[in-house]
Write a protein that binds this ligand. Structure first.
Ligand code: CAA
Length: 258
């Protein structure tokens, strides 16, 4: 495969930092960019040197949505035949932990991309919105679903129907983002969160992520059963015994991912 052109990839300390890098179009998410991002995330899942992933944009824009220029000429028939946007869901299918570090605009597909990540940290000037209604269309990569689950129906409905933007503070108060960080410290802080997660047992991190995500897919009883069975399975791991005996012996655990 050729080197990606629209994302920048840096791997260090077991973290993969992916920077969306299409400045001439406000990081709008054209198909090449999404293809490159999906391929990189798949690679991260396979790469034993990667234990957490941070996705960020530039200071002014995380991503201004799907590429409107590219969408303009599309037809319904093409959309249906190609199952248009289905490849975006590769982002949500990533099994290792993903953190979105959002500075500036996260609009339309940009907001949807952030919501496909496990944790969103926002810079203090971040703006979130689903302005597709202004373009005569509607969100197509999860905006009407994940935003409702994140902030509730009434405000999600208002944002989707008006196309208005929501600032970082409000996004935090409503639970869309975990924390607001000064713009200049955002990526560093996201890397710190990633490093903390990367220090734990990777299979445990992946199981915990899978269980939390399961809560969006199923009933409480089924989700609790799913969690309990996963919890039971952690006892098959060296790391579970290492973690508990290290605690009791007041030493630092040495996890082996096994
Ligand atoms: N696609 C393609 N180009 C885009 C773009 C997008 N989503 N967003 C911005 N651009 C381009 C503009 O066309 C402009 O290009 P030129 O310099 O060639 O004119 C350049 O980026 C800068 O944009 P503005 O001049 O508009 O900058 P601004 O600072 O005045 O406004 C903004 C910034 C509020 C982000 C505004 O650009 C904007 O509203 N963008 C569109 C946001 C949007 O509607 N996103 C949803 C897309 S649909 C979608 O995502 C579907 C889905 O669910 C998957």
């Amino acid at each position: 495969s050729t080197a990606p052109e629209m994302i920048k990839v840096e791997k260090k300390d077991k973290i993969c930092l992916i920077t969306l890098n299409r400045p001439k179009a406000m990081n709008s998410l054209c198909s090449q960019l999404i293809t490159e991002l999906s391929a990189e995330l798949k690679q991260c899942d396979e790469d034993p040197e990667v234990r957490a992933i941070v996705i960020t944009g530039s200071k002014k824009f995380f991503a201004a949505g799907a590429d409107i220029k590219e969408m303009e000429e599309r037809t319904y028939q093409e959309n249906f035949a190609q199952n248009y946007l289905t490849n975006w869901f590769n982002v949500a299918a990533t099994r290792k932990p993903t953190i979105a570090a959002v500075n500036g605009y996260a609009l339309g597909g940009g907001c949807e991309l952030a919501m496909m990540c496990d944790i969103i940290l926002a810079g203090d000037k971040a703006q979130f919105g689903q302005p597709e209604i202004k373009l005569g269309t509607i969100p197509g990569a999860g905006g009407t679903q994940r935003l409702v689950k994140a902030i509730g129906k009434s405000r999600a409905m208002e944002l989707v129907l008006t196309g208005d933007f929501m600032g970082a503070q409000e996004a935090q108060q409503r639970g869309l983002v975990s924390r607001v960080v000064a713009e200049d410290n955002l990526v560093e802080e996201a890397m710190n969160v990633a490093k903390k997660i990367a220090g734990y047992s990777l299979p445990m991190v992946m199981m915990a992520k899978e269980c939390v995500n399961q809560s969006f897919e199923t009933t409480l009883a089924t989700g609790l059963l799913y969690e309990r069975r996963m919890f039971h399975s952690t006892f098959a791991y060296f790391d579970r015994r290492e973690g508990m005996s290290s605690f009791l012996n007041k030493k630092k655990p040495e996890f082996k991912d096994s």
